[in-house]
Design a protein around this ligand. Structure first.
Ligand code: GLY
Ligand code: MN
Ligand code: MN
Length: 532
């Protein structure tokens, strides 16, 4: 909550630092976060500085915000979980002797009144003691700490958030960003122009030249940077295909701060350290147990939301604070909507139920999907589609080892699903497969559900998902016996040198194991509550 209620006549001040007990004891250590900062620094180019901001807070309702979700990058590098902070990492030591430093962290200041309303803050002493930083300052000092952009070879930073508003403190994230931006544009030139050059280099072709030209004809009437830019003017001259290639070849832009940022964070975060694998494994295991328990609990009279609630309860029961993403619980036609999140069907009836639900344990996200029959027994058509998706998953698992190009996974998914759908008569030609399999089959998993990574060849200690699926919506051009069957099976896989490990193994996956699990007794079925 940003606003402090003004209607209270009497505000009771508390002494700073209300004691907190019974906290989890398995958070990542300060040594882990220190090590990640060192690894980040090792990847920085000479004489550079990196600036990493906290995520913005978001309004939920009037003066109430959504529960704050820390920026995964900032958390990875610091362990700090609060908003309104900025971490600065220098490649080289700044200053000399005892006062030299190579990192400085500006964090939320302690404030009795705000802490009683909004929650505890670590403050600079807490950050020094608990997170192992040496040079820490209150956020409001950032405006006195000038980053002389010209002094550094490059200022490394993420894309800056633009849609936030300041509160009355003057040094929330909005204030920190305003301070940082001074000097940045002059150092980097025109950001929009730079982005446009990248678009030209990546996408300009004779076939879409007209689109680029029409757009620039409009832009140059109001935008001087575009009007005076040599590259934009070359495009406006209606180049032939040879000239287009020349324009693109000449566009050898130097790496910008955001390019470095992405490259460094992708390369670090795609490989999980042994310390990270502990919470990630836990997150996936407890989510898989939740899927197994839900299989026992489901019956056709239940609502999608109630089923979501059981997942969430089991996550909390095992210590997960959160879900890694909004749960998807869709019955029948809803299961064919890839990111269905409303989960508001009041009865799942005798339909197939797709549940893509994963916990967030100490920041690490699971991503597990199971598709089960609400009755506990697959119909012939449901089983045929289910087993095809299962077969695709099994074939993809075989590729899960060091060296496999990332793109081979989805190629295999397309190949198996296409052949299978033709065999079942759902499609006539293999080229139609993406009508029913419209997404990719794998992504990295970690602090983000769609975690950062380079999407190059697989390497040991990457964790990826394997999630083929088939979604046959109503009125699809196939026999209507297939309509409203949506199946995704999603598992989380640790890549090893010559093999793989399925981390979500506790959630039954084979059709007959699901039926066996569904036939078991559930404690949730025994619960009863008063009528409303
Ligand atoms: N839960 C989102 C995904 O599977 O990618
Ligand atoms: Mn996924
Ligand atoms: Mn998923």
């Amino acid at each position: 909550m940003k606003k402090i209620a003004t209607t209270l006549v009497f505000i009771c001040f508390i002494s700073i630092g209300i004691a907190q007990k019974n906290l989890p004891t398995d958070y990542l250590s300060k040594e882990f976060h220190q090590g990640r900062r060192e690894a980040f620094r090792d990847s920085m180019p000479p004489n550079s500085v990196a600036v990493i901001f906290a995520y913005p807070e978001r309004v939920f309702s009037n003066d109430v915000d959504y529960v704050f979700h820390p920026s995964p990058d900032l958390y990875y590098l610091s362990g700090y979980k609060e908003p309104n902070a900025v971490l600065i990492l220098f490649k080289d030591w700044q200053g000399k002797g005892d006062t030299a430093y190579n990192e400085i962290f500006f964090v939320q200041e302690r404030n009795e009144q705000r802490e009683q309303w909004q929650g505890r803050r670590l403050g600079k002493e807490g950050v020094i003691k608990q997170l192992g930083f040496k040079k820490v300052s209150d956020g409001n000092n950032f405006k006195n700490f000038v980053i002389d952009h010209k002094k550094f070879s490059v200022v490394i930073h993420d894309e800056l958030p633009t849609d936030i508003k300041g509160d009355d403190s003057g040094y929330d994230l909005f204030g920190l960003l305003q301070t940082f931006k001074v000097g940045l544009v002059s150092e980097q030139g025109d950001i929009e122009l730079h982005k446009e050059h990248l678009l030209i280099k990546k996408y300009l072709r004779p076939g879409n030249l007209k689109y680029f030209v029409t757009n620039y004809q409009k832009q140059v009437t109001t935008n001087d940077a575009f009007k005076n830019d040599a590259v934009i003017n070359q495009v406006l001259n209606n180049p032939d295909s040879a000239a287009i290639e020349k324009i693109k070849a000449n566009l050898k832009e130097p790496m910008w701060g955001t390019d470095y940022y992405l490259e460094i964070t992708n390369s670090l975060r795609e490989i999980k350290t042994p310390e990270e694998l502990v919470p990630l494994r836990k997150s996936i295991k407890l989510s898989s147990i939740a899927h197994a328990e839900v299989m026992k609990a489901v019956s056709p009279d239940m609502s999608e939301n109630e089923i979501e609630g059981i997942h969430r309860y089991i996550h909390r029961r095992y210590g997960a604070e959160d879900e890694g993403y909004p749960p998807i619980v869709g019955a029948g036609a809803n299961g064919c909507i890839l990111h269905y999140e409303t989960n508001n069907s009041t009865k799942i009836e005798n339909q197939l139920l797709l549940m893509d639900v994963g916990a967030g344990y100490h920041g690490y996200s699971a991503d597990v999907t199971r598709t089960i029959p609400a009755t506990g027994k697959f119909t012939a058509e449901q089983k045929a589609i289910y087993n095809l998706v299962y077969e695709a998953q099994e074939e993809i698992f075989k590729l899960c080892k060091e060296g496999t190009p990332f793109s081979s996974l989805n190629k295999k998914a397309n190949e198996i699903l296409a052949k299978g759908l033709v065999k079942l008569g759902v499609i006539k030609d293999e080229s139609e497969v993406n009508k029913y399999y419209p997404h990719g089959c794998s992504h990295y998993l970690g602090l983000d559900v769609h975690d950062k990574g380079n999407y190059g060849p697989l390497k040991a200690n990457m964790v990826i998902t394997v999630e083929p699926g088939i979604y046959i919506t109503e009125n699809s051009p196939c026999d209507k016996k297939w309509w409203n069957i949506g199946v995704r099976i999603e598992d989380d896989v640790l890549i090893k040198k010559d093999s793989y490990e399925i981390l979500s193994i506790d959630a039954p996956r084979k059709w007959d194991d699901i039926e066996k699990m569904a036939a078991q007794k559930s404690k949730f079925k025994e619960m009863s509550f008063p009528a409303l």
